[in-house]
Design a protein around this ligand. Structure first.
Ligand SMILES: N[C@@H](CCC(=O)N[C@@H](CS)C(=O)NCC(=O)O)C(=O)O
Length: 207
């Protein structure tokens, strides 16, 4: 049985849960991380010394890094529709995955940690203001991209490239702060919200 270590309100764990839903993979999950058992406890350290969730155990094969786990599942289950094998098509999907984990998250972190979690130093007003401006700028770029492409980030079909960024879009839509109107982004979010696996692990009431 595929086993997932990690709390289900973690954005990175949600990527893996969403992917399992997309491919219909059964799993068991143990709560680890914030507000649950700390990842510094020995049973978790025995699985991963890195102290972050998610970690998965696929019949003894231990893997961490949410994006890597998502790609591993697509490859293992032969889902070239979600993760193409043709080099250019694959690179376009990976481009969105990398962006979703890097530039798109820089502004999100202070906004989420400051406005939702109340964690310092990100909670400092000037840091939150910087984060909001940067996050809005990145979302504006996705909106512009979607106007000339889409309906999904890498083109005509839903791919794993939509998973990290899709969860960021969900969080951006959910947190109440000053945001520009971005119609193409909004339409994209609505499209994602039609997917049962995203309803379960994306637009499910958790930011
Ligand atoms: N690069 C890692 C980052 C993992 C990460 O930062 N996970 C956070 C939750 S989103 C975590 O474990 N936080 C500590 C905790 O929950 O105790 C990945 O993508 O899997």
């Amino acid at each position: 049985m595929f086993k997932i270590y990690g709390r289900q309100n973690s954005l990175n764990v949600r990527k893996v849960l969403w992917m399992c839903g997309e491919i219909g993979l059964d799993y068991e999950r143990e709560d680890w991380g914030r507000d649950h058992r700390p990842t510094s406890e020995q049973p978790f350290m025995n699985v991963s010394i890195f102290g972050v969730v998610p970690v998965v155990d696929d019949d003894g094969f231990i893997l961490r890094e949410s994006n890597t786990i998502v790609r591993y599942l697509a490859t293992k289950y032969g889902r070239a529709d979600l993760y193409p094998t043709e080099p250019r098509a694959r690179a376009l999907v990976e481009q969105w995955m990398d962006y979703g984990n890097t530039d798109l998250g820089n502004g999100m972190r202070p906004v989420f940690q400051g406005m939702v979690m109340g964690i310092k130093p990100h909670g400092l007003p000037e840091v939150v203001a910087w984060g909001a401006a940067d996050w809005n700028k990145q979302m504006g770029r996705i909106d512009t991209h979607l106007k000339g492409a889409g309906p999904y980030l890498a083109g005509a079909g839903f791919t794993v490239g939509d998973i990290p960024a899709g969860l960021m879009v969900h969080r951006w839509m959910t947190i109440d702060f000053d945001k520009p109107k971005l119609p193409a982004l909004e339409a994209y979010y609505k499209r994602l919200c039609e997917r049962p696996a995203f309803q379960a692990h994306g637009c499910n009431g958790m930011p």
